[in-house]
Design a protein around this ligand. Structure first.
Ligand SMILES: [Zn+2]
Length: 187
C-alpha cells in the first residue's frame, strides 16, 4: 500500500530515490519525513514464581483459547519496560518488575514485527484475568503445561525462561551520556 499523505505533517507524499531505493517521502521541505516501512513492537513478560511461570489464556483472536505469557504492543510514548509492567498488571493483576531483556524475535514481513521478552521479578498479587483480553490466568509448572494448549512461540519463551544462559540486558540507569529521553539496556 502506497502512503499518500505524510503521517507527520499531512502534506502529500511522493516517490523519491533515497540512496538508490525508491521510497515514499514528504513533499514538504521543512518536514522531510521518509516512510521507511511498517513496523510493530511487541513486549512479553516471563514472570517466574519458584518453578512456575505466569500464563494467561487468550479470550480474543489471534490465538483465542491458547495460553501465552502476558504481553502486548508498545504505545507511542511509553518505554518498553513500562509497557511490559503495565501489560502484566492489566492482563493478570500481578505486580512484577523488570530484571532484564532475555530474548528477541524478529519477523520481517508486511508489518515487520519485533518482539522483546523480559525476565521479570514477581512482586505480588494473585493472578486474576482481566476478563476481556484474557479469561484465565495463573502460575504453572512445565508438567501442568503438558495438559494445556500453550502457543508455540510461548513454548519457546518458556524454554528461554527455564534455561536462561546469561543474565541478559539490564537497564543502564547511569549512562555515560545523557540519552535524551532514551531508555538504555546493556549487557
Ligand atoms: Zn511531512
Amino acid at each position: 500500500m502506497s502512503v499518500n499523505y505524510c503521517t507527520v505533517c499531512g502534506q502529500p507524499m511522493e516517490t523519491r530515490d533515497i540512496d538508490g531505493t525508491a521510497r515514499r517521502a514528504c513533499t514538504s521541505e521543512s518536514c522531510g519525513h521518509v516512510h521507511w516501512g511498517d513496523y510493530s513492537v511487541g513486549v512479553g513478560a516471563l514472570v517466574m514464581k519458584g518453578d512456575r511461570i505466569l500464563l494467561v489464556r487468550r479470550a480474543q483472536e489471534p490465538g483465542k483459547g491458547y495460553w501465552t505469557n502476558p504481553g502486548g504492543y508498545i504505545e507511542q510514548l511509553e518505554s518498553i519496560d513500562q509497557t511490559v509492567i503495565r501489560e502484566v498488571l492489566e492482563e493478570s493483576g500481578v505486580h512484577a518488575s523488570v530484571k532484564s531483556i532475555v530474548a528477541v524475535r524478529d519477523q520481517p514481513r508486511s508489518v515487520h514485527n519485533v518482539y522483546i521478552a523480559f525476565d521479570m521479578e514477581y512482586i505480588g498479587g494473585e493472578p486474576i484475568p482481566d476478563g476481556v483480553e484474557v479469561d484465565q490466568a495463573g502460575f504453572f509448572t512445565l508438567e501442568e503445561m503438558k495438559q494445556m494448549k500453550v502457543a508455540e512461540f510461548t513454548q519457546w519463551l518458556i524454554d528461554v525462561a527455564l534455561k536462561q544462559r546469561a543474565e541478559g540486558l539490564t537497564a543502564d540507569d547511569n549512562p555515560v551520556v545523557p540519552g535524551n529521553a532514551s531508555v538504555f539496556f546493556r549487557a
